[in-house]
Design a protein around this ligand. Structure first.
Ligand code: NOJ
Length: 445
């Protein structure tokens, strides 16, 4: 497999996110985010880590962008920290925050890296959370203002936009299970949060379309093929419920297919009653130029009556003798191929981009080298899967690696390293891993 097999126009990118990389959490007027407050709660983040320093992209963006270029990438995807430009989430604008992203964008353009801006990568301003966050009926108003400020400031330089990063991730983990910021739990939080996120992804698209000329607009979804543990009917139905929640809930209303449905899932009826406007699908729809998909693992699921509502639980990869990463996530490139095909089979998606892909393996820095052969193999297998889908006619137009440097991996803290570049978090020294060198070679091929 060579880069040239993917064709001339295929986009090769690398992705980071504000709260995971920037650090400088309290610098030059930046407001608090839900991750600053959540990470202070005992036991929420491994080793008590907080995102306050991260890998200091805020001060080292020039070095990091140069590294991205040296590895051969042409696209740089990053997110804007809402509270850096609007410290309270609404109201006054923080000029120095606006300037920071101008500097990042200008540096990208100077280096020949095409910027892709993610508007929301999970770092809601804390002040908005105090007023209900994603559960509030003001959310759409706050989000619209944030999107407008970004479009007005950066729209003349940046044409490629991503509205939300993985809405399923931040709503389920943050507003249902309580394991991500802001740590809320239960259906009373979850239902309004998913509804507001579904509205925001479409509304954000409309705002960018109106304010940015020639914009190329997308939004991203996590996806995982869900397989039943056995051919028992109960397991098959459990897998279908999980599949609906993980893969269908946000994309289908967006594509005009309304709220997805499976049999024997009473929670869905409750959802409809709660969010009456799920029925009025127009505002949930938007004709995106591309859809970003992010596939990290495949899931095997069995019926479990002890799990509220879903009545389904994962059968972990390590108990099934299949390969898995150090996150415990099943490695299954063939299943990634099937998910790409499945998204494409919806029929009304213009283009797919793999806006993230990557893996955590425990790295060892020995004599200036990180020999992360497993990560290289992972990328090779997953890229083969993308190529296979492309050869079969799927319009998949790019692959963005997750991630440039080791960074703050949410509730896993700093020990879960996904980077192509190793970071010593005490000195902030960067060392290109063998996977980074592999990319550099591959991108020349
Ligand atoms: C997807 C998320 O967008 C990203 O922030 C995260 O670090 C990776 N998954 C790995 O878990």
């Amino acid at each position: 497999m060579k880069k040239s097999d993917f064709g001339e126009d295929f986009l090769w990118g690398v992705t980071i996110a504000a709260i995971q990389n920037e650090g400088a959490s309290f610098t030059k007027g930046k407001g608090l985010t839900i991750w600053d407050t959540f990470s202070k709660r005992i036991g929420k983040i491994k080793n008590g880590d907080t995102p306050s320093h991260a890998c200091d992209f805020y001060h080292r963006y020039k070095e990091d962008l140069l590294l991205a270029k040296q590895l051969g990438f042409k696209v740089f995807r990053f997110s804007i920290a809402w509270s850096r430009i609007l410290p309270e989430g609404q109201g006054r604008i923080n000029k120095s925050g606006i300037n920071f992203y101008h500097q990042v964008i200008d540096e990208c353009l100077t280096l020949g890296l095409t910027p892709y801006i993610t508007l929301y990568h999970w770092d809601l301003p804390h002040d908005l959370e105090k007023e209900g966050g994603w559960c509030s009926h003001f959310l759409l108003k706050w989000f619209s203002r944030f999107v407008t400020v970004c479009a007005e400031n950066y729209g003349s330089k940046v044409k490629n936009w991503i509205i939300l990063n993985e809405p399923m991730g931040f709503t389920t983990l943050g507003y249902m299970l309580g394991i991500h910021a802001p740590g809320k739990m239960g259906l009373n939080n979850y239902f309004p949060a998913i509804h507001n996120a579904a509205l925001a992804q479409a509304e954000g698209g409309r705002i960018i379309r109106e304010l940015v000329s020639n914009a190329n607009i997308g939004t991203t979804f996590s996806c995982s093929e869900v397989m039943p543990f056995s051919d028992k009917e109960q397991d098959i139905k459990a897998a279908a419920r999980m599949d609906l929640m993980l893969n269908r809930l946000f994309i289908e209303p967006l594509l005009g297919k309304g709220l997805p449905h499976v049999e024997d899932f009473p929670m869905l009826e409750k959802m409809l009653v709660h969010n009456k406007t799920w029925k009025y699908t127009e505002r949930l729809q938007f004709d995106f130029d591309y859809i970003g998909i992010q596939n990290y693992f495949a899931l095997t699921v069995k019926h479990n009556p002890l799990i509220p509502y879903l009545q389904a639980s994962e059968v972990k990869a390590k108990t099934r003798k299949v390969p898995y990463t150090d996150m415990g996530w099943e490695i299954n490139a063939e299943s990634c191929y099937r998910m790409i095909k499945r998204f494409w089979d919806y029929g009304n998606i213009r283009k797919l981009l793999v806006t993230e892909g990557g893996a955590f393996f425990k790295d060892k820095l020995i004599n200036g080298t990180v020999d992360d052969a497993q990560r290289i193999q992972y990328f090779q297998e997953y890229l083969e899967a993308v190529l296979k889908a492309k050869r079969e006619g799927v319009n998949v137009g790019g692959y963005f690696a997750w991630t440039l440097t080791d960074n703050f991996e949410w509730s896993e803290g700093y020990q879960a390293t996904f980077g192509l570049i190793h970071v010593d978090f005490s000195t902030q020294q960067r060392t290109i891993k063998n996977s980074g060198y592999w990319w550099r070679q591959f991108l020349k091929s």
